[in-house]
Unconditional design. Structure first.
Length: 382
């Protein structure tokens, strides 16, 4: 799949203007030890790459990339995206691009590293290669980057003009990541159904319908295969779940586009990033908890019995694979009500996707849902 002019579709938006539908990276290479076979594909984009990642990811990938750099006679240099995918980090990286005279970007690592690399390439109008080092997010696929403060609080997202030019999903590399990262990726990916079905479930647009149904398929794959995948990282189920969290989750965002957005689960995540106590919690762990909060809101405000059943199903699933079900599981049991209210205020800001719910939510109601979700979950496990 690629984003060449002949294959980029266009769909009429509700404002009757035409927008490009950015479905996929220009090329996807996946397989065991596939990175070692990707030298020519990487070198296609230039001779002077800037390799962007976190300190640990850069160290991990070094042994994979050094033979390619030597074989392809590339002039490469590394740059850290830390302290975060922040405006200040991007300013420094823009300087690094100019100093190195880089002609393409290679992003390695998790979601924030890849978001930084994609946005840097977008700003500098350079090609970008994404190499995920875990199955924690679909950031390697998407035409979107999230911007955070230096303290790690979510600020806003940026739509990019295309998906990455090349995505390399090396199972042998992803397998070296902690188990927790794939569990978090499952939490992030399964949210596609619970959010897309709310924000776009009544759409009559063909591609939006397709995206929502793909989100349902993704949910079913994860519910059926995640436990087996986590029990056997060498097995086929593990590879299928990694494909689901990194690739299929990205496909859904590509097909659905702006008509198939995140809703309350990611809004809760965004709010929690503004709590210092939450900074060691992975993106997908916060999103997974946010799904439960969203379903609790549907119960509280709409009296939705289907939401009750869905939450009970997820509670069982989360317990099996190790996703957080309570504030206590997140390590936030001792956070004050005032701090939770601050997170809820952020999650309910006027630009938040939480307002895509089919009912109005106040920060007081969201705070109550976060707290009552925890109480209800404790009761169900007694």
């Amino acid at each position: 799949m690629n984003n060449s002019p002949s294959t980029v579709s266009k769909e009429k938006s509700t404002s009757h203007s035409y927008v490009p539908l950015l479905i996929s990276p220009g090329k996807v290479l996946r397989g065991e030890n596939i990175l070692s076979q990707s030298g020519e594909a990487i070198a296609f984009f230039g001779k002077s790459p800037l390799i962007v990642g976190g300190d640990r990811s850069l160290a991990k990938v070094k042994s994979y990339l050094e033979p390619i750099i030597e074989q392809q006679q590339l002039i490469a240099t590394e740059a850290s995206y830390l302290p975060d995918c922040a405006e200040s980090s991007l300013a420094k990286l823009n300087q690094a691009v100019a100093k190195h005279q880089a002609d393409f970007i290679i992003g390695v690592g998790g979601g924030k590293a890849l978001d930084t690399a994609k946005l840097l390439a977008h700003q500098c109008r350079l090609p970008v290669v994404t190499i995920p080092t875990s199955g924690a997010t679909c950031a390697a696929w998407t035409a979107l980057s999230n911007i955070y403060s230096e303290a790690g609080g979510f600020l806003y997202d940026v739509s990019l003009d295309r998906c990455p030019d090349l995505l390399i999903l090396d199972y042998s590399l992803v397998r070296t990541a902690p188990r927790r990262t794939l569990v978090a990726g499952i939490g992030d990916a399964i949210a596609k159904w619970y959010e897309a079905s709310v924000s776009s479930g009544n759409s009559t647009a063909t591609l939006t319908i397709a995206a929502v149904q793909q989100a349902r398929v993704l949910r079913d794959i994860l519910l059926q295969k995640s436990l087996a995948a986590l029990e056997d990282p060498q097995g086929e189920a593990w590879r299928e779940v990694v494909d689901a969290t990194v690739l299929l989750a990205g496909v859904i965002g590509g097909i659905g586009g702006a008509n198939c957005r995140t809703v309350a689960a990611h809004a809760v995540h965004n709010g929690l990033t503004h709590l210092t106590e939450a900074h060691d919690i992975l993106h997908g762990e916060k999103v997974a908890y946010g799904i439960l909060v969203q379903l609790r809101l549907e119960e509280m405000i709409q009296g939705n019995k289907l939401a009750i059943a869905a939450r009970q199903q997820l509670l069982k699933f989360y317990g099996e694979i190790g996703l957080p079900r309570t504030l206590e599981d997140l390590g936030l049991a001792d956070v004050s009500i005032a701090k939770l209210r601050h997170a809820a205020d952020v999650a309910c800001n006027e630009k938040s996707d939480i307002h895509r719910l089919p009912f109005t939510v106040s920060s007081e109601q969201l705070t109550a849902a976060m707290i009552s979700t925890t109480v209800t979950q404790k009761e169900t496990t007694m």
